[in-house]
Design a protein around this ligand. Structure first.
Ligand code: PMV
Length: 328
């Protein structure tokens, strides 16, 4: 009862920001992302009647109790679905530079969902896998698929209509996402806590909900039309709206640092100079810059001149989950 799976991380182009059900990880809004080729997680799961507890080894180290609890809760859902009460040993390796501001939770829970369901003998399709992955980390639901992916919020209280679906594949449209790592000081508010506080206290949250559904339609159309300018504009505007909600929370919080704003302003300058580049930012200070392949080097050259920029990682649209041969 062993299986190994690999999943890539994704960057949200239209953000998931807020839950309508914390237990089932049901979002208040639909979101849209592109899976990235550069960063991924590889996870092996082994269920056995010989084990007396779950074990989780992350990057060759025993996971801390907080991480362990999240994993056990997640495995419990899979054990319930399969009707088997076996413990597991999980060996996971993250090829995601966490400092680069990519949440390894998306690739992490997508890989774990794929490996654990296979190891325990559950026959699930990608839609069901996205629903399972979602219950580890919302954004993980989108990492099941490659390319451009939409996560539908659904309406039902049991989450049965809440899953991710592919829009077009990674081969269908080549763009670049430059992950711009900046020097940081502050500790961040975790996305889970940030969303909760925003939903509960920010008067701007209702404005977010009104705008995000329209932004999603525009982004989906832009992807289908392969209209880069249209996509870039709505992606950047949507990220700004998400971050605006945090300023209205109580207590207020902000993911940006001065370095973040410097990069954002440089992207604006690139556009003023005729180069199409657009930024987006998740729950942290680093910036992801979208551009077309022909402009990749010009964008990198300009951004790397900023003293606050530590490293730039070049990503392309990447694949969905894959199963790997089991090591003997
Ligand atoms: O899935 P989580 O809990 O890592 O939350 C992700 C939240 C954002 O990255 C800010 C937006 C998104 O859709 O990925």
């Amino acid at each position: 009862m062993k299986a190994t799976a690999k999943a890539h991380t994704n960057i949200a182009l239209i953000k998931y920001w807020g839950k309508r059900d914390e237990q089932l990880f049901l979002p208040t809004n639909s979101s849209l992302s592109v899976t990235l080729d550069k960063f991924y997680t590889e996870t092996s799961v082994h269920f056995s009647p010989d084990f007396h507890a779950d074990r989780f080894i992350l990057n060759d180290q025993q996971a801390d109790p907080k991480e362990m609890e999240k994993i056990t809760t997640f495995l419990d859902r899979i054990r319930n679905l399969s009707g088997k009460s076996l413990y597991a040993t999980i060996d996971s390796k993250n090829y995601v530079p966490t400092a680069a501001g990519f949440a390894s939770s998306a690739s992490g829970f997508a890989a774990l969902a794929a490996a654990a369901t296979k190891a325990i003998g559950l026959d699930v399709d990608y839609r069901q896998l996205s629903q399972i992955a979602r219950q580890g980390s919302g954004s993980a639901s989108r990492s099941i698929y490659g390319g451009y992916v939409e996560w539908q919020k659904g309406e039902k209280a049991d989450g049965s209509d809440c899953y991710a679906l592919p829009i077009i594949s990674e081969q269908d449209w080549d763009i670049r996402v430059l992950s711009v790592e900046v020097t940081t000081k502050a500790k961040k508010v975790l996305s889970r806590e940030g969303m909760k506080r925003t939903v509960e206290t920010s008067p701007f949250y209702s404005g977010w909900l009104e705008a995000v559904e329209k932004d999603l339609i525009t982004a989906r159309d832009a992807i289908k039309e392969k209209d880069f300018e249209k996509l870039g504009h709505v992606v950047e505007a949507n990220a700004l709206k998400m971050h605006a909600t945090t300023l209205g929370a109580n207590p207020p919080f902000m993911y940006w640092q001065s370095a973040t704003v410097e990069v954002m302003q440089e992207v604006e300058e690139l556009r003023a100079a005729g180069i199409e580049a657009y930024f987006t930012i998740d729950a942290g200070p680093n910036v992801k810059v979208l551009c077309q392949p022909k402009d990749e080097h010009a964008v990198r050259d300009k951004l790397s001149l900023l003293t606050v920029v530590r490293e730039i990682h070049h990503c392309r649209p990447g694949p969905g989950i894959t199963y790997l041969p089991i090591e003997k």
